[in-house]
Design a protein around this ligand. Structure first.
Ligand SMILES: Nc1ncnc2c1ncn2[C@@H]1O[C@H](COP(=O)(O)OP(=O)(O)OP(=O)(O)O)[C@@H](O)[C@H]1O
Length: 263
């Protein structure tokens, strides 16, 4: 008899996640599976619950209800809401990455570019200075920063360069899942386009899964395989990105799409 390997399960499995702020709904009844290498976009107007959901998924907020199971490299599926702070920190520097909208929230401003990238390698046990520096240089080049600027501080970089440095710092250790909160927000349009192209290439190269929050439909069109549309804390429509954007079913999604087309 030929033995076949078990089919891989979802990387992230989210069931009935909900969070309230007093009487106000942050997000409610959110369920989805995220598969290895898949990019899931979460869109919706301001206050629709995107950041609350991202916080609940990434361990920055504690949801009131639900379950978030992540298929970790070390231990297989783990319930991330019930793990210890220490275990969550370990995930945060190995399997997970978080790209903030403002690169200053995700970088150490007092440390050189090379230090910012190398730090995550050292947190994972790398000790050989020459190797760490060579890997940092390689990653600076991958995010289109001149490796000759390895000793510059983030403050000496432009906003777009800082964002690319934050991406290098996050991806250097080969995470499997990245949470991204408006990664191109706050940048001007031509810088955004280049960053999106770069991100798309990197995500494919390292088979990264991404949960991407944005209010920008052009960003999800380019990056996301699948889309969830949120309103009032609830997911009101989901599906393949092109399907949802080209043939929106919910009146709110239709409005969202048509308001962009009119711009
Ligand atoms: N710390 C908080 N305390 C009280 N209410 C909050 C808090 N954070 C969010 N909310 C409320 O929860 C709801 C969802 O907010 P959330 O920030 O998740 O939306 P969002 O879609 O990320 O918005 P934006 O695009 O403006 O960041 C809103 O009604 C908001 O007022």
């Amino acid at each position: 008899m030929v033995e076949t390997a078990p089919a891989p399960g979802p990387l992230l499995s989210v069931r009935d996640v909900g969070k309230r702020y007093g009487a106000r709904i942050g997000c409610a009844d959110v369920s989805f599976d995220l598969w290895p290498g898949e990019v899931l976009g979460i869109v919706g107007e301001s206050g629709s619950g995107k950041s609350t959901l991202l916080g609940c998924l990434s361990g920055q907020l504690v949801p009131d209800t639900g379950e978030v199971v992540f298929d970790s490299r070390d231990r297989g599926p783990v319930d991330t809401l019930r793990m210890s702070e220490r275990e969550r920190r370990h995930l945060g520097r190995t399997d997970w990455a978080f790209v903030h909208q403002n690169p200053r929230d995700g970088l150490r401003l007092g440390v050189s570019a090379g230090g910012n990238v190398g730090e995550r390698l050292m947190a994972n046990g790398a000790r050989h200075y020459g190797n760490i520096r060579a890997t940092a240089q390689d990653w600076l080049a991958r995010v289109e920063i001149d490796p000759g600027r390895i000793d510059d501080r983030p403050r000496q970089f432009s906003g777009g360069m800082q964002q690319r440095l934050q991406i290098a710092r996050n991806l250097v250790s080969g995470p499997r899942l990245a949470f991204m909160d408006e990664p191109t927000g706050g940048l001007d349009v031509s810088v955004q386009a280049r960053l999106l192209d770069l991100l798309r290439g990197l995500v494919r190269d390292i088979c990264l899964s991404v949960v991407l929050v944005t209010h920008d439909l052009a960003v999800v069109r380019l990056l996301a395989d699948r889309l969830m549309v949120m309103k009032g804390g609830h997911v009101i429509e989901s599906g393949l990105t092109d399907q949802v954007l080209d043939d929106p079913q919910h009146a709110y999604t239709q409005l969202l799409v048509s308001s962009v087309l009119q711009v």
